[in-house]
Write a protein that binds this ligand. Structure first.
Ligand code: NDP
Length: 447
């Protein structure tokens, strides 16, 4: 970094958070954008905003004991990082995946602060989860794990304090078990304490679709800003979970041809366009694997074990699986094949080197904190509905989501332009998200 103040603070972050590469990467990426406003806001330096922003307000780590179907006691580790509440109650998902550790949760929580700020809605940033792996576990095991997890987490939550949601490995089933245990422990039906709930018990229409829809809408806005569109263009999507499924559906609705989906075992290519209903049936209803899609689809769909989904030639890419899944080599392949736009459905799926490849090749690149903000935005809409004991129609909620994504796109573009970086959505998203939180923190004094 050129700016010595930013470099000194970043060095402190490295010293205070050793062994957390994803967290360090997320901080570095934001700091690199902040170089463009250094000198313009001396109050941020005087008030220690940078270091305060990097230090979570609260970090909770707890034991999660539960009994598996064989009667064996299992121990997992639970996390909740309540990162920043300058703009509203902590808000962010829970991730259940064996790779979860404190550094991963901090990276996700740090990103969440700026993402939530960009939505324009009153929500702070937080994130949580566990190293529990739901794959291959029975419903009973998942339920007992969720109940044990909530037995500790519930004392830290609240409609005005901290409102978790889903993320990798946490979908409607897990949210149901978590909410049920919260309700039992507190003897209160506080619908607004968790989002991603079922539609019959306080959930919002469009929440399930929101992140994937939002990532595709953001890509569409970037294309439109360049006089292009989804029309007839090939789209590759990685992952086959919540975000990927609905990124596929929205790409199709916008006129694109989604040709891939993947999971950790490999990817499918379907030259006729992914059959959304079949994929949804296999993944959401049957909890199957992506190989089954190729087996049942027939007519030219093929499964490629291992390998990189980014080898498939496309015009638009929506990485929607996990962090650092698209590296510089993959980015170069996409560029060589003529990719025009990349919109991150997942959190930080592109490595910093991959992002540089896209920037140098003038590919429109939407960073996750802007492009996948539709999920948390719709969670905030779920909270609004809960608070007013109301339920909105699909059309109304989708319209709100679309407008929010358009506003985020506009804010990023406008901010990038103001800073002399036209079309740079990374700088636009980081600076716009940061300034709003920093200004609120200054208003509150040193707390
Ligand atoms: P899901 O658990 O529903 O799906 C995750 C998908 O990604 C699965 O297909 C999974 O395959 C694949 N995947 C996960 N980890 C890996 C890995 N290490 N290598 C290869 N594939 C992997 O999660 P979501 O769809 O909810 O989340 C996906 C991404 O989107 C995450 O980065 C999440 O943080 C982000 N996000 C999610 C939001 C939401 O509303 N759900 C909101 C904003 C961001 P497999 O089954 O084989 O593990």
């Amino acid at each position: 970094m050129i700016d010595s103040m930013l470099q000194d603070t970043y060095d402190q972050v490295l010293r205070r958070n050793p062994g957390e590469p994803e967290f360090q990467q997320a901080v570095r990426e934001v700091f690199e954008s902040l170089e463009y406003i250094q000198g313009r806001h001396p109050e941020y330096n005087d008030q220690g905003i940078l270091m305060r922003m990097c230090e979570p307000e609260r970090q909770i780590i707890f034991r999660v004991p539960w009994v598996d179907d064989q009667g064996t006691v299992q121990i997992n580790r639970g996390f909740r990082v309540e990162y920043n509440s300058a703009l509203g109650p902590y808000k962010g998902g829970l991730r259940f995946h064996p790779s979860v550790n404190l550094g991963i949760v901090k990276f996700l929580g740090f990103e969440q602060i700026f993402k939530n700020s960009l939505t324009g809605l009153p929500i702070g940033g937080g994130k949580g989860g566990s190293d529990f792996d739901p794959h291959g576990r029975s419903d009973g095991e998942v339920m007992r794990f969720c109940q044990s997890f909530m037995t500790e987490l519930h004392r830290h939550m609240g409609e005005y304090t901290d409102v978790p949601a889903g993320d990798i490995g946490v979908g409607a089933r897990e949210i149901g078990y978590l909410f049920g245990q919260y309700k039992r422990l507190t003897n209160r039906y506080e619908a607004g304490v968790l989002t991603g709930k079922g539609l019959d018990w306080g959930g919002s229409l469009v929440r399930k679709e929101a992140t994937g829809y939002g990532a595709a809408i953001f890509a569409d806005e970037m294309l439109k800003a360049r006089g292009s569109s989804f029309d007839g263009r090939r789209v590759s999507i990685s992952g086959s979970g919540n975000v990927a499924i609905y990124a596929i559906e929205k790409s199709k609705q916008l006129g694109g041809i989604p040709v891939t989906a993947s999971d950790s075992s490999g990817y499918v290519v379907d030259e006729n366009g992914i059959d959304f209903e079949l994929l949804q049936q296999i993944k959401e209803v049957e909890r199957g694997r992506i190989t089954e899609y190729a087996e049942r689809r027939g007519n030219g769909a093929r499964f490629v074990a291992g390998g990189s989904v980014w080898d498939v030639p496309v015009d638009i890419a929506l990485p929607s699986a996990t962090q650092n899944e698209l590296d510089a080599d993959a980015a170069r392949t996409l560029v060589k094949n003529g990719v025009q736009a990349v919109s991150e459905g997942a959190n930080m799926p592109c490595t910093p080197d991959a992002v540089n490849v896209f920037r140098e090749a003038d590919v429109a690149f939407g960073p996750g904190k802007a492009a996948n903000a539709g999920g948390v935005a719709t969670s905030a809409l779920e909270m609004q509905q809960n608070a007013s004991r109301d339920a909105w129609s699909f059309e109304h909620t989708e319209e709100r989501l679309t407008q929010i994504m358009k506003n985020i796109h506009h804010t990023c573009l406008e901010t990038a332009e103001e800073l002399g970086r036209p079309g740079d959505y990374v700088v636009g998203a980081n600076v716009a998200g940061f300034r709003k939180v920093a200004d609120a923190m200054i208003a509150f004094g040193v707390i």
